[in-house]
Design a protein around this ligand. Structure first.
Ligand SMILES: [Zn+2]
Length: 574
């Protein structure tokens, strides 16, 4: 048995020497049929510990991107320690694959491990570290952006609030402030991305693959669909979602009495679309309120989920409000050693933040359930496409509890408005998702052309034209064409975006089921979450009561369902 420390004090885990004896012992231990389970468990426990060190240093860094010590700790872990761990892991995986493991719950994990072993190249470890550094550079560049707004310095998250303003002039001014900041870092973003492309292409070559798309599909464990099916999904989005988005935008344009909608009325990369109401929703004012009311919502949905959320809050696992120096965005990160998830947000009090809370809590419930239900780390790792069903499914399942009488933030009418805005945003998201995905398919299969920023802009513009209707961009064409620079995923996580679209299709189905039988839909959802990584992606969808399907007839049916729901909710508002 390996004796691991009880607490993670990251200062002590920035050197490979600290981990080395544990890995060496596992590599050298005699393994037979009698003790293979114990060996696996020890390796799993060590991996949980290592994963927590990574998670913890990463979380600490995002809480204060200006703190040099935190950044150094994070970089030491990913650049100094991780390559050694991965080398040791490669040896352990090779041993594992020689063992006879018949356990049905390990078969998906073994398939994944076999592929990882096959794809492993030692020379790619240093390239990965260099890519981490480039990502960090991008993060810092973007995180450090701020502009003066009436005498106050506002970061991008704070400036984004102006895009929610009912005052068109304020939206326009906010949009210009935001775009001005992005345009100011354009040369730097070009340089970072070009360098990333070259490095990613090299990794694929080292692994004897044609391009980084092949590499990314395998590292992302996309065994249930191919690039061809992604293209079909894009086509289905063009056929089913683009017309629905046109209908939404046209309705908004008419309600607002505008001749045309302008770029500050729909900012897809920030998930912003103009509201036709004269005041934004202001559901909460403080972290305490957001925490308490979220707890009430989850408790009313399912006491067990309420208990899990309370456990996280009491354990200091929530950091919700925005502040200067915090990294952008929101996430939930599992801390597998203490078996608790951490939720990070940049809340400012908006309705969108409530939605983000439901989303991240869905991830957190998934992590919580998996960490406590699956004995081995490899069984805990669910595919990303399904991870987002957990989060987006929670957004759908918890929606009826947004009213005050069920623990939530709103009156009946406000809740209906919130839900309409959310459902419309999910529809509006698909065409944008298709742009981000199609863009990267082109980039990574045309590396030479894509190394010239002007070509990237031209491609992005072409895709915007195809998928993003309804906005008059005249005078701002250059800003439209550089939209790819404003999407973190394109820089940090190549190809990681279509997962959101696939998962939303799953979440729509969870929602549709919940209207038939809410208790059963919730039970299926929770049961599917608990499966972790023990089933294939289509099997996980099925367990949650959903089909893994992305063709035009099926998507048209779901779009029709969501538009019908929106129409019904609209009757509850005036
Ligand atoms: Zn998510």
């Amino acid at each position: 048995m390996i004796e691991l420390p009880q607490t993670i004090d990251v200062v002590n885990y920035q050197e490979w020497q600290t981990f080395e004896p544990y890995y060496t012992e596992l590599i050298e231990r005699q393994v037979s049929a009698e003790n293979q389970r114990e060996w696996l468990q020890d390796w799993s426990d060590l991996t949980r510990f290592w994963q927590e060190v990574q998670a913890y240093t990463s979380i600490q860094r995002t809480l204060d991107t200006g703190d040099a010590e935190r950044e150094a700790a994070y970089l030491a872990v990913v650049k100094e320690v991780r390559p050694h761990v991965e080398k040791a892991e490669q040896q352990l995986k090779q041993r594992l694959l020689q063992l006879q493991i018949d356990d049905a719950d390990m078969q998906v994990a073994l398939r994944n491990l076999r592929d990882e072993v096959d794809l492993f190249r030692e020379e790619n470890l240093s390239i990965r570290s260099e890519l981490v550094e480039l990502s960090t550079d991008y993060d810092k560049t973007v995180g450090g952006l701020s502009a003066d707004w009436d005498g106050e310095l506002e970061n991008l998250n704070q400036l984004a609030v102006h895009l929610d303003s009912p005052d068109r002039a304020e939206r326009e001014r906010g949009w210009h402030a935001i775009m001005g900041l992005w345009q100011s870092i354009k040369p730097k973003a070009d340089a970072i991305y070009t360098e990333m492309l070259a490095k990613r292409h090299q990794m694929a070559k080292n692994a004897k693959l044609d391009d980084h798309r092949q590499y990314a599909f395998r590292t992302r464990k996309r065994f249930s669909y191919s690039p061809e099916e992604c293209y079909q999904f894009h086509d289905a989005i063009e056929a089913a979602f683009v017309p629905a988005v046109e209908r939404i935008l046209e309705r908004k344009r008419k309600a607002l009495g505008y001749d045309t909608l302008r770029p500050w009325e729909w900012v897809p990369e920030m998930g912003k679309v103009v509201s036709t109401k004269d005041k934004p929703l202001t559901p909460f004012a403080s972290e305490e309120q957001l925490t308490q009311q979220s707890l009430d919502i989850f408790h009313n949905l399912d006491p067990e989920l309420g208990h899990q959320f309370a456990h996280m809050a009491e354990g200091g696992m929530l950091d919700l409000m925005t502040r200067q120096g915090k990294a952008m965005g929101a996430y939930s990160h599992s801390l597998p050693y203490r078996k608790l998830p951490f939720i990070f947000m940049n809340a400012v009090g908006s309705g969108r933040n409530v939605q983000t809370m439901l989303h991240e809590a869905g991830h957190a419930f998934h992590g919580y359930s998996v960490m406590r239900n699956q004995p081995l780390v490899w069984q805990m790792r669910a595919p990303m496409e399904f991870n987002e069903v957990a989060s987006m499914g929670m957004e759908m399942l918890a929606a009826p509890n947004l009213t005050q009488d069920r623990g939530g933030f709103y009156s009946e009418e406000e809740a209906a408005r919130h839900r309409i805005e959310h459902l419309e945003k999910t529809l509006i998201f698909f065409p944008y998702m298709a742009v981000v995905d199609a863009f990267q398919h082109w980039v990574y299969t045309n590396v030479d052309a894509a190394s010239i920023p002007a070509n990237l802009n031209a491609k992005y513009d072409e895709l915007s034209e195809r998928f993003l209707p309804g906005i008059d961009w005249s005078g701002y064409e250059e800003i439209r064409a550089t939209g790819w620079q404003r999407k973190l995923h394109i820089f940090r996580y190549p190809f990681y975006y279509i997962e959101y679209g696939m998962a939303q299709v799953g979440a729509y189905q969870v929602y549709r089921n919940s209207l038939q039988d809410h208790a059963k839909a919730l039970a299926d959802y929770r049961a599917a979450l608990a499966l972790g990584g023990t089933k294939t992606l289509p099997e996980l969808f099925n367990a949650a009561g959903a089909e893994f399907r992305f063709d035009t007839p099926f998507l048209s049916e779901l779009v029709e369902f969501i538009e019908h729901e929106v129409a019904q909710l609209r009757e509850q508002t005036t």
